[in-house]
Each structure stands twice: as structure tokens, then as C-alpha cells.
Design a protein around this ligand. Structure first.
Ligand code: E4P
Length: 214
């Protein structure tokens, strides 16, 4: 499973690139706002640092506007993926962009039918938001299972990015289902390699080593 980092924080991105754990990055208007940086400036910086795909979100509400934004973003780097919201206008834009060879990530997917429509439109990626489904009392991960089954039934090449990941178990569940990608926020990345028993074991070995005959 590929790991995308769900952030616009340069320090965090650099950390996971150095660890070899950053296969790509996803951003959105909220993450750009949180970074406190200028959208174009920070996006171009991320595109240079990251060896893989970087999702950059279009904010227009009509297909024409989305295509215009996408063409502008595509000029910023070969690894640009344009995030398009899951709407009728968004799907129109995806069709046009696919024909132009511009990669797309259909975002804010909350049902299997939405994912099916996005794949039919030619989306490179779809992003089911599992944490937000959990928030309203559903099992978000079930949506990922349905989408993967549907894509396999018809041989769609569209890859599934498990998004809105809130905790480490989401990552395990995504991997168990064979999802192509999970986009993971830095706070969850930290929890993937930490375990209280690992820390305790290291402390014990270090303290015993001090007492050992050398
Ligand atoms: C995905 O591309 C989104 O940026 C992100 O996963 C949204 O997550 P949230 O529900 O925690 O905002």
C-alpha cells in the first residue's frame, strides 16, 4: 500500500520523504489554510520535495473553471494531480482533464455509486473519506471494501485513496482490504511506528546493558 501524507506542512513532508515513507501528498483548502502559507508558493515547494503525486484542489464550482484551474496547476510540475469535488460539474471536468492527460483525484466521495461514476469518468484516483463517515455513526471502511470490489468487477484502473484517516487502525484496515493508497495525517503517521511495549523493551535492554559485563 502506498502512503500519501495528508498535509501541507513542509517540515512534516520532508521528514517522511527522508524516511522513505512518503509516496505522495494530498492537500486541500483546509490544510493550506492551516499551513499559513501562500497557496501557490507552498504547493510549488511541496511539488519539488515530493517524488510522487501531489493532489492540489480546484475550488471552482463549474467544470469550465475547474479545467482552467487544473491547466494552471498542471504547469507547476509533472507530479500534479488535480483534486476535483464529486459533483456533476466535477465529473464533466474529469472527462475533459482525462482526455488532456491531466491526472485527477475525485474527492469527497461518500458512496460506492459516487466512486463508480468517478471511475467511469476516467478519474485517476477516488478518495473515500472514511473518518467523516465514522463521525456520523457509519463504518467508513465498509465503503472502501465496496469500492474495491466494484473496481475489480469491471477492471477499472482508478486507484482508491483511503482518506480522512483518523487513527492507526484505519491504516491497518485499509491495508487488509488491499486499498491502493492511504493518505495519512502526520499525527497518525507517528502512531504507526510507536508502541508502548517497544519503548518499554528498549528501556529494559538499555538499562540491562549498563549492568552487563563488557
Ligand atoms: C483527503 O484528501 C483529505 O485531504 C483528507 O483526508 C480529509 O480528512 P479530514 O476528514 O480529516 O479533514
Amino acid at each position: 500500500m502506498k502512503f500519501f501524507i495528508d498535509t501541507a506542512e513542509i517540515i512534516e513532508i520532508k521528514k517522511y520523504v527522508e524516511q522513505g515513507l512518503c509516496d505522495g501528498v494530498t492537500t486541500n483548502p483546509t490544510l493550506i489554510m492551516k499551513s499559513g502559507r501562500n497557496f501557490e508558493e507552498v504547493t510549488k515547494e511541496i511539488l519539488k520535495i515530493v517524488p510522487g503525486p501531489v493532489s492540489v484542489e480546484a475550488i471552482s464550482e463549474d467544470a469550465k473553471g475547474m479545467v482552467k484551474e487544473a491547466e494552471r496547476f498542471a504547469g507547476w510540475g509533472k507530479n500534479v494531480v488535480v483534486k476535483i469535488p464529486m459533483t456533476a460539474e466535477g465529473l464533466k471536468a474529469v472527462r475533459v482533464l482525462t482526455k488532456k492527460g491531466i491526472k485527477t483525484n475525485v474527492t469527497l466521495v461518500f458512496s460506492a455509486n459516487q466512486a463508480l461514476l468517478a471511475a467511469k469518468a476516467g478519474a485517476t484516483y477516488v478518495s473515500p473519506f472514511i473518518g467523516r463517515l465514522d463521525d456520523q455513526g457509519e463504518e467508513g471502511i465498509n465503503l472502501v471494501a465496496e469500492i474495491l470490489d466494484i473496481f475489480e468487477n469491471y477492471g477499472f484502473k482508478t486507484e482508491v485513496i483511503v482518506a480522512s484517516v483518523r487513527h492507526a487502525r484505519h491504516v491497518t484496515d485499509a491495508a487488509l482490504l488491499g486499498a491502493h493508497i492511504a493518505t495519512i495525517p502526520p499525527n497518525v503517521m507517528e502512531k504507526l511506528y510507536r508502541h508502548a511495549k517497544t519503548d518499554e523493551g528498549i528501556d529494559r535492554f538499555l538499562s540491562d546493558w549498563k549492568k552487563a559485563k563488557k
